[in-house]
Design a protein around this ligand. Structure first.
Ligand code: CTP
Ligand code: MG
Length: 182
């Protein structure tokens, strides 16, 4: 089943490192000097990736993925798994898994920016669905190298991410962190 609490727990476990990588990077970049990955290079009349994709962001996001995966790995033995009446498919966390999730998320985001520039969208211009799902797709793709993914995780993860994104942006707008609610 896609919409049951067990699938929700299984996929949330996977989403934590991914969201940490994607969500904390823009925050960290307020304090770090950005060196663009494309080094300012152009492809045609647009930037290859743009100033929104920096080495610092790639590195920090990957690090956050590893960090949260390690926290989950250490917390695993102390979590109340026996509350569940059915056996859960909780993926085994390890630094490598965190790397794949964090690096995959950042790479998905970079690939999306490559296509946004080819579509003549400047840095920061919204492309609905692509902006919200690029990092998730990248992370799942990398994770699939070491874990056999359940299709339920992909469907529920996609839905949760879309809903979470809308809710988070509306809250950010209401509290004055963002200028627009999208
Ligand atoms: N960021 C970064 N390096 C990365 C990814 C993100 O420095 N590899 C930082 C940038 O400060 C960026 C912010 O995180 O502005 C938000 O990321 P994102 O929304 O993906 O970038 P945009 O600025 O919207 O640019 P784009 O149109 O290319 O997505
Ligand atoms: Mg953006």
């Amino acid at each position: 089943m896609v919409f049951d609490i067990y699938t929700l727990v299984e996929v949330t476990w996977i989403l934590f490192p991914i969201y940490a990588a994607n969500g904390l990077t823009p925050v960290a970049m307020r304090f770090l000097k950005a060196h663009p990955i494309d080094g300012g290079r152009m492809l045609g009349k647009n930037r290859l990736l743009g100033d929104g994709k920096s080495w610092e962001g790639l590195f920090f996001g990957t690090l956050m993925g590893i960090l949260i995966a390690v926290v989950e790995m250490l917390a695993f033995p102390y979590l109340p798994w026996d509350l569940s009446p059915v056996a859960l498919s909780i993926i085994v966390m390890a630094p490598l898994v965190g790397f794949l999730l964090g690096f995959g998320a950042m790479m998905g985001d970079i690939v999306a920016s490559f296509f946004k520039r080819r579509m003549n969208r400047p840095r920061g211009a919204p492309v609905p669905l692509l902006d919200q799902l690029d990092f998730l797709a990248g992370a799942f793709l990398m994770l699939s190298l070491v874990v056999v993914l359940k299709w339920e995780w992909i469907i529920l993860g996609t839905i949760i991410t879309l809903v979470f994104h809308v809710v988070a942006n509306v809250i950010a707008y209401k509290i004055g962190v963002k200028k627009t609610p999208w």
